[in-house]
Ligand binder design. Structure first.
Ligand SMILES: [Zn+2]
Length: 257
């Protein structure tokens, strides 16, 4: 697990699995933890690591309902988890799905956990909307297309945009179950001005990007979506993302269209 400070009030922790990110944003005595690392050791260490950096989460947020972003309560079981309305709907319509997928991934990687995942009472938040943190507000913006749900979180005062599974330097756009190419393109269009307004964009998987890097990835992703829409079987993939694994993601995207 890597931790990098992207602002005096924001720290990004990156899991060893899938480079999944968790971002803590602080204002005064309050701090929000967005998304989560994966491995039990990482989750166990997280409260100490954040406390040493001066972050004591008072609430949890998840960008979307994919299981790898929902594990915050394994690190902070006493905190409640807030999600966008669409994510709450998805969690409600497929009870136990996240737990099942987590068990499957754990089985795949021979991972044992001290206790099962309990999401507790999930708080549904209006998106677009605002969420108070100390005397500031986090902006919640819709970000669907990867899946049927999704929220991008902008902490405008510290210039940090946490966007969920978009703008990744390690993954091409992934149209998962419930997602769509049209919604994905619309989300990229919506993210563009948010990236412009930010200093740092934190993807759900990969490294935090400066504004220029994030805008470059956004342009590459739009070009990729065009190629996907044309049904190209072997489009050029962006530099750094042209791997066998990302080729498989492309094949899955094609199959889903
Ligand atoms: Zn993800």
């Amino acid at each position: 697990m890597r931790a990098v400070s992207v602002h005096r009030d924001a720290i990004v922790v990156t899991s060893l699995l899938w480079q999944t990110t968790a971002t803590a944003i602080r204002c005064g005595d309050e701090a929000m933890l967005v998304d989560s690392p994966y491995f039990p050791e990482e989750l166990e260490l997280l409260p100490t690591l954040l406390a040493q950096a001066g972050f004591a989460p008072t609430a949890l947020l998840a960008t979307h309902a994919d299981f790898d972003h929902l594990l915050g309560r394994l690190a902070f079981p006493e905190l409640s988890l807030g999600v966008g309305e669409e994510t709450a709907l998805r969690l409600g319509s497929e009870p136990g799905a996240a737990q099942g997928e987590l068990r499957e991934a754990d089985g795949e990687h021979y991972v044992e956990r001290p206790r099962p995942l309990g999401l507790g009472q999930v708080q549904a938040l209006p998106v677009p909307g605002h969420l108070g943190l100390g005397d500031r507000e986090l902006e919640l913006h819709p970000a669907e297309g990867h899946t049927s749900d999704g929220t991008a979180v902008l902490a405008r005062w510290c210039g940090v945009l946490v966007c969920g599974d978009y703008l990744s330097n390690v993954e091409i756009p992934m149209i998962s179950r419930g997602g769509s190419l049209e919604a994905y393109s619309a989300t990229l269009a919506r993210l563009a001005p948010l990236v412009e307004a930010a200093e740092t964009a934190v993807p759900g998987h990969g490294a935090p990007q400066g504004r220029d890097g994030a805008l470059r990835i956004l342009a590459e992703d739009l070009a990729y979506l065009d190629a996907l829409e044309r049904g190209e079987e072997r489009p050029p993939l962006p530099e750094g993302r042209d791997s066998a694994r990302q080729r498989r993601v492309h094949d899955e995207n094609l199959a889903r269209l």
